[in-house]
Design a protein around this ligand. Structure first.
Ligand code: MN
Length: 259
């Protein structure tokens, strides 16, 4: 059995650092995310900017989906108007990712969300976001850290008896590179980690039909100095390996493949 294919969502940006193709639109994701998937034993596949009609085909091709970080979700998708402190948005990316999530859930594909990835999942499942942390009723500490992204800046409180708690024994804390957070949590998710000021830092599915875990921080940036943070990626690869095996077994039963 080959290693599982882990689809990774991408954003659209423009290329400015090289003289070749200067200013051309590109599909991008951070190399530390693809590196983390490789380190965890999976094969990363960056899903480029694409027409939503391909969503289902992408989901059928991959064994797990990693919803990566990026721009703010357009508040329209959680029935709010835009507030002053909303950051940069990318409506086309929202449309692509909501369609991918929809197809992924229908096929019970394993999912991992990072930062925006946790937020878009909460929005897809009917939750809402604080468009900026300054809109949270209780004052929060600085979640958009000045320290390097490889550094831990705050602690977590973790819900015992959660999948997340079982995975993250030995955590010393997390980085924090976000100005938004979950406001109303979807009824299909449960809060499994939070910071001392009450910001949701991790949530997992409370619906057995949905195989999802998501975090507000960036484990991909911490792995080099804090290898325990690879665990969310190894967990995704493990779940995706199981999914790949199931798909393979189904094809054998249908005589599409022979052993
Ligand atoms: Mn934080």
């Amino acid at each position: 059995m080959n290693k599982p294919l882990i689809g990774i969502t991408s954003g659209e940006n423009k290329l400015f650092e090289t003289t070749d193709f200067n200013g051309s639109p590109i599909s991008y994701t951070l190399t530390n995310v693809t590196d983390a998937v490789i380190k965890a034993g999976g094969i990363p596949v960056i899903i480029p900017v694409h027409d939503v009609s391909l969503s289902q085909a992408y989901i059928e091709t991959i064994d797990g989906l990693l919803l990566a970080g990026g721009a703010d979700v357009v508040p329209y998708y959680y029935s709010e108007d835009q507030s002053d402190k909303l950051g940069k948005t990318d409506a086309k990316r929202d449309i692509r990712e909501l369609a991918l999530v929809d197809a992924a859930i229908k096929q019970q594909l394993p999912l991992l969300g990072i930062c925006r990835g946790l937020q878009i999942m909460n929005v897809y499942l009917g939750g809402t976001l604080y468009q900026d942390l300054s809109y949270m009723p209780n004052q929060t500490f600085a979640h958009d850290q000045i320290a390097k992204e490889q550094e831990i800046v705050h602690d977590l409180k973790i819900a015992p008896n959660s999948r997340y708690a079982k995975l993250t024994t030995g955590y010393k804390g997390v980085n924090s590179i976000h100005h938004q957070a979950i406001h109303k949590l979807s009824k299909h998710l449960k809060k499994v980690a939070w910071s001392s000021d009450g910001v949701v830092e991790a949530a997992e599915s409370s619906n057995k039909e949905i195989d999802f875990i998501g975090v507000q921080y960036h484990p991909e940036s911490l792995i080099d100095h804090f290898p325990e943070h690879l665990v969310l990626f190894t967990d995704l690869v493990k779940r995706a390996t199981k999914k790949r095996q199931e798909k393979y077994n189904t094809l054998i039963q249908q005589n599409v493949y022979t052993k």
